[in-house]
Design a binder for this molecule. Structure first.
Ligand code: 5GP
Length: 424
């Protein structure tokens, strides 16, 4: 158990707003007098009447917003709609970014690719009386570029702080060694390298998709943080629209040298659906096929591929970003097992096959806030379900680093750092 916690980890699939800590969501909601939709609360204390506001309680809330019961994919999208009501300005955006980075680093993530859909947020949120800061009477909207800059600057600051902390600890160790005093320090904490993917939300228009790809291209050119922007993603509600609509935007991204990851097959799709009225299943099949034909650099989830598309995936060797807890939740695999993640995980439709056949795969959190998870929990779940050895886990982690979108020198540096940690 402890060994898994200590392992240097790689996180390739995490949505920033889905990383929000529950406590932060409640704080921000309180500051803004936002009442979060009650449908999503699971009352741990049945004394709490379902119509009372969570914000009435100053004590730690008796209800949990996040992952305390199996929730459908639709439930998740309802929750995602609540979060921007609270993360509505650049200040709260910086806060959730720094907290997300801190949370990943705590689990020894040495390489993180964080993704987010650029939004136009207020520069500063309205306070309770409706004023927007001291001087401004009206809310001022920041640009989507500003949104990305806040995330990239937070990454910059976080890495700098980590490095300074390491230097300080190194000095303290040296002093302790010279004076032969017993050192309380255990060795340098691994520093986390952070990269960013600009996300496209498929429930928006293809013009917005193109705008986000152009924004990614523009950000890459920036001297300041360009190297941190390594790719683009399409996510959002998989029952909305079709990849066809967005393909031209992703062709532009590919031409510009951006790496591409596409969410794929999150909803059922069959090549021979007997019920012709089940149009969505047929559309989903057609879409999954065209995503595989497009051959992105990685795929998100790729959960519900029918056998014909599974073999297409196996041949393509496109790496898959697997998000175990998220998969169990959104497929409602734990529903018949009183919510046991472990029993649900045993029903995972693809991961055992990928592991057995050595298909390139990474293990990720997806939305650690919403799914109440972290990289250690994800790896424990996988280890317990499939009984993987520590060596096999280390192998998957090193291979995940090969699937990263950063440059080769960065990959090699991190892989060396990981191997050293495995051997120690
Ligand atoms: P954001 O992009 O706002 O930082 O992160 C939250 C967004 O990520 C959600 O609104 C949704 O568009 C996307 N997202 C998070 N988790 C999932 C998932 O499991 N599947 C899909 N398709 N999209 C997701």
């Amino acid at each position: 158990e402890e060994a898994i916690e200590k392992l240097p980890k790689v996180e390739l699939h995490a949505h920033l707003n889905g990383c929000i800590r529950e406590s932060t969501l409640f704080d921000l909601a309180k500051e803004r007098s936002v009442t979060l939709s009650h449908e999503h609360f699971h009352h741990q204390d049945h004394q709490v009447p379902s119509n009372s506001s969570i914000l009435d309680h100053d004590d730690p809330p008796a209800a949990r917003f996040f992952n305390v019961r199996p929730r459908s994919l639709q439930d998740c999208f309802d929750i995602f709609a609540e979060i921007p009501k609270c993360v509505d300005d650049l200040i709260s955006l910086r806060r959730i970014t720094l907290e997300a980075l801190e949370d990943f680093a705590k689990h020894n993530v040495v390489y993180l690719e964080l993704r987010s859909t650029p939004k136009q947020l207020h520069v500063q949120s309205a306070n309770k009386t409706g004023n927007y800061g001291a001087e401004q009477k009206k809310p001022r909207l920041a640009s989507k570029k500003d949104y990305c800059h806040v995330i990239l600057q937070a990454m910059e600051d976080f890495e700098k702080d980590q490095n300074q902390l390491n230097l300080k600890q190194e000095e303290q160790r040296k002093i302790a060694n010279e004076s032969n005093a017993p050192s309380s320090q255990q060795g340098p904490i691994p520093t986390m390298t952070c990269r960013f993917l600009v996300a496209v939300d498929r429930s928006h228009s293809n013009e917005t998709a193109m705008e986000h790809i152009e924004l990614a291209k523009d950000l890459v050119q920036s001297d300041e943080y360009g190297y941190r922007v390594v790719g683009v993603d399409i996510g959002g509600n998989p029952t909305k629209n079709h990849f066809h609509d967005f393909r031209p935007a992703f062709e532009v991204a590919r031409e510009a040298g951006l790496k591409i990851t596409l969410h794929c097959a999150e909803v059922p799709c069959h090549d021979n659906d007997d019920d012709p009225s089940n149009k969505r299943v047929v559309i989903a099949y057609d879409e999954a096929k065209s995503i595989l034909e497009f051959a992105p650099d990685r795929l998100g989830h790729a959960l519900l591929l029918p056998p014909s598309l599974q073999s297409m995936l196996q041949k393509s060797k496109i790496p898959v970003e697997c998000c175990p807890t998220s998969n169990v939740m959104t497929l409602e695999l734990a529903k018949d097992f009183h919510g046991s993640l472990l029993d649900g995980m045993k029903q995972h439709p693809q991961l055992p096959l990928w592991l057995e056949s050595n298909h390139p795969v990474s293990i990720n959190t997806d939305d650690p806030g919403v799914f109440d998870t972290d990289p250690t929990k994800e790896w424990r779940l996988v280890q317990e379900t499939y009984g993987l050895s520590l060596e096999r886990i280390q192998q998957v982690l090193l291979e995940s680093m090969d699937q990263a979108f950063c440059d080769t020198a960065t990959k090699d540096r991190i892989k060396t750092q990981m191997k050293l940690a495995f051997d120690s």
